[in-house]
Ligand binder design. Structure first.
Ligand SMILES: [Zn+2]
Length: 270
């Protein structure tokens, strides 16, 4: 009996060891497979640059920097990462033809689309070869410095401030100011250097006292201008109507007074 029990336990032990071995081997193979899967994207020629974020960065440059460049008559060099040539998607964006809100046309092959994002997909699928894949040309990489998140969705701003990320963005922002507006290049370059720091870099702080783009931009001023002109146009007729009614009431009032005084004079002798 004792010998039989020993044999059974030893058989069970051997089976357990064999099973454990195969399971662990499988695990090793699986993790190896996962590793190769993870490594795979590095071998493909995919564009690792967000079109959406590049678009947001371009919009910020266009709205909050370009008006000041035009004012100074300043031309940024191609060495500056904010230069249009350094935006991977600029050429495609310039080949978007918007005929109507619901009609977009591809400038390369003239195909029509119902929405802008379908045209974006078309660019990704059909005109991929036109993109010169170059990491230094990704405008989305400057999003941290240019406050893309502030413009795209203000919800994430309520998240806790990360001092390391803030310092990194501030450094990138200041290096952009130095490379795009070298203070040695003259008075307008140094004025724009100062403006860039004020407009974009000062807000990279955890105190949140400084908001980005304090000097405003093209869009904001145009909206303000439109709103004030509409308000004035709406208020003017109301003002004239009130003035007319007031004048009429005044005239009527004096007429009544005149009549009252005339009646008074007539009744006096009796
Ligand atoms: Zn096309």
């Amino acid at each position: 009996m004792g010998r039989g029990a020993k044999a059974i336990t030893s058989i069970l032990l051997i089976e357990f060891l064999l099973l454990y071995n195969t399971v662990s081997q499988q695990g090793l193979e699986e993790s190896a497979a996962a590793r190769t899967l993870k490594q795979e994207p590095h071998h493909t020629n995919e564009v690792h640059c967000s079109r959406e974020r590049s678009k947001a960065a371009w919009k910020i440059i266009e709205d909050y920097l370009m008006p000041f460049l035009e004012e100074e008559g300043f031309q940024i060099s191609t060495k500056c990462r904010l230069h249009p040539d350094n935006d991977l998607f600029r050429d495609q964006e310039q080949h978007k033809i918007c005929l109507d809100v619901n009609e977009w046309r591809c400038g390369y092959c003239k195909k029509s689309f119902r929405a802008e994002n379908f045209l974006d997909q078309h660019f990704d699928n059909r005109h991929y070869n036109l993109l010169s894949v170059n990491q230094s040309k990704c405008l989305a990489d400057l999003c941290g410095a240019l406050h893309c998140d502030f413009v795209m969705n203000s919800k994430s701003l309520k998240a806790k401030c990360n001092p390391a990320a803030v310092a990194r963005n501030r450094h990138l922002c200041e290096s952009l100011a130095d490379s795009c507006f070298p203070i040695t290049q003259g008075p307008s370059a140094s004025r724009l250097h100062e403006l860039f720091l004020h407009q974009f870099c000062d807000a990279h702080t955890c105190s949140r006292k400084n908001k980005p783009f304090p000097k405003g931009g093209k869009k904001q001023t145009s909206i303000l201008y439109m709103a004030t002109s509409i308000l004035i146009l709406m208020l003017l007729p109301i003002f004239y109507l009130l003035y007319y009614l007031y004048q009429r009431e005044m005239n009527r009032g004096t007429q009544v007074l005149r009549r009252v005084s005339q009646v008074g004079r007539k009744t006096k002798p009796s």
